[in-house]
Design a binder for this molecule. Sequence first.
Ligand code: MTE
Ligand code: LUZ
Ligand code: MOS
Length: 747
Amino acid sequence: MKNIDSYTHLRGESLFVDDMSVTHDTLFGLTFDSPKAHGKIVSVDYSKAEQVSGVVRIFTYKDVPGVNQIGGIIPDEPLWAEDEVHFWGQPIAFIVAESEVIAKKARLLIEIEIAELPVITTAKEAKAKGSFINAPRSFEMGDTQKSFANCEHIFEGETFSNGQEHLYLETQGCYAVPLENGNIKITSSTQGPTFVQKITAQVLGVAMHKIEVDVIRLGGGFGGKEDQATPWAVMAAVAVSHLKKPVKYILNRHDDLRMTGKRHPYESFYKIGLDEDLKIQAFEVEFLQNSGAAADLSPAIAERTLFHATNSYFIPNVATTVISCKTNLPPNTAFRGFGGPQGMFVIESAIARVAHELGIDKSVLQEKNLLQENDQFSYGQIATQVEAKNSWNSVKQNFEYDILKAKVAQFNIENELFKKGISLMPITFGISFTNTPMNHARALVHIYQDGSVGVSTGAVEMGQSVNTKMLQVAAHTLGIAPEKVKLESTNTTRVANTSPTAASATADLNGKAVQKACNALIGRLTTVASNMLNVAESEIRFVDNVVKVDSEELTWEEIVAQAMLERVALTENAHYATPIIHFDKTKEKGHPFAYHVYGTALTEVTVDCLRGTYEIDAVSIVHDFGNSMNIGIDIGQVEGALAQGIGWMTMEEIAYGTDGRLLSNALSTYKVPDVFSAPKKINVRPLTTGGHDLAILKSKAVGEPPLMYGIGAYFAIQEAVIAFNSNYKPKFHSPFTPEKVLKGLYE
Ligand code: MTE
Ligand code: LUZ
Ligand code: MOS
């Protein structure tokens, strides 16, 4: 089935916040943000800005009716700075004017004096100065100390992975409208409508029921709108509460790049030990997470780094620690993979280092240590339905790894100025919010009296096609044609207390709720139909818009019409909470994930050894979709995530000055993958598996896991560099930009 948005997307008719019709009295917002990364605010003079004709009012923390606080996990982030600023781009005031142009003009006239304080931009510096977000977290299994004493090979090293800009096509934004009695309706481009509602209520000092949040769809979120869509909506709502007029605020690209957080850069220190059979026996890591100036989602992201620190390998003795380091950067936030990729880059780097030192193929080490059935993760969960070896073997067979390897070796003998490299990248990713209480969802399903169906869930459509999947679940469970089902916007008055659309778990959680609601409706309609046909309920099946028993047939519409006459409820609200999962943070042990997703990628690159540039020739993937309910959508997710992962590992280079200013502050200085840098060939093959009962219709979550296939590109490029320059000492400092490649080639 096609993505239900494809037609309107293609024609440019799909609605986003900025496309909404606004009323004639709508005002426009703009943020005045800090021009320094750290300091005391000595004075701010708004007088010239206020005099600009068309400026209605400038709001600051003094105008907050409730509390000036937007922190989700830790209350450490003001909506607007009070007497200190902690990052370049931190919101200080909100200009509301008759147009955006007027607001921009006024912004230039605000005069601010800041007494600068020392600026920290790296996690290492923060650690040295004792600047932390919260206490460190550690996962332990076995005894690494003891194990190292018996290891044949031990290596220690350091890795760095940089941040990443989300670059959703649609920038952050919202439209807030006053209703009667001080109620406010906010249309927001957010992954977390309930979070926007809750924080708006808190900042305004009103009850949550006074705030309605509606989400049509997002032009991409990628985690960047899980937490960080909130401040803009809250600012607009504060303005609405004072002015009683609608306020629209869409960030322009430069403001969005400067003011919002990104993927967390990590500096990590590892120690790895192997026995004489090359089995990894012990692994220790200290992860330094560059969290930025406030917690945001950093503690949860740090936690997921620990969950994925051993990727899809079994290591009996593990000791990992993550430290969330407070720096003077915009608070870093969720980004596809949520700390998992940062963890997995370190173990892959450690394995590559060992392989290089011992002069053996990295893939030999990887293969020897792959996770097997009933192996234990460091957090206590036992791995079941493990597909690590299956996907690994399947890639090697289907894409003729051994032949390719020989071909690459031959190519490298025959060519002096071009070298090829290949790399295998296995992945595993745990599905569920690591914070167990967040794993729930609800769905509200109406069957209208003409037989058409409206479905509301807590899921936010952000390009991942979750609405198409929800529609499929409803149509499938009700036994009706997809055309009879409509997906409504995501709205806090129809589905309340939602978890954000995140953790790749949205289709599972909301889909199970839709399924439950539809099953309840079918139960009631079964009674109606059995009475109409005078047969037992067990004879009734809803298939293809009809119920057919022997030669008698009732249409869906006839049954619904009869149900109306019999006053049967045609609406159902269902709640789903993932069973089985649990986690004890005092012991750091439990069973946090409903299941794991597996897969393996084979990446092939060619490096131009004169220029340091490279091309990704092909990426061949065998991925565990379970029993995919929509293979077109799912392959699209793999391809998109792969491109994003390759971008993170190769060319996307976030740069801040030592003064904390974002240097890669435009698309001319921040390079993202385009069609020319995408792999020339992407082959995606589904692994044949039974799926998992906790996955919706046995179709496994797919949103984030494939991003980590992109890590393979780093190591494939490294292989090519080594083929050219045997003096090159492997470095684990991503992204592997052409500049770094060139240096490596001539080191
Ligand atoms: N795909 C598109 N097109 N746009 C997005 O913003 N976000 C990703 C992924 N795929 C995203 C996407 C992220 S970060 C997550 S967590 C999942 O989609 C969320 O959706 P799901 O839970 O329905 O998989
Ligand atoms: N968000 C979150 C996430 O709050 N908890 C998670 O475990 C998670 N995992 C992936 C992406 N977002
Ligand atoms: Mo995705 S990082 O869970 O929004």
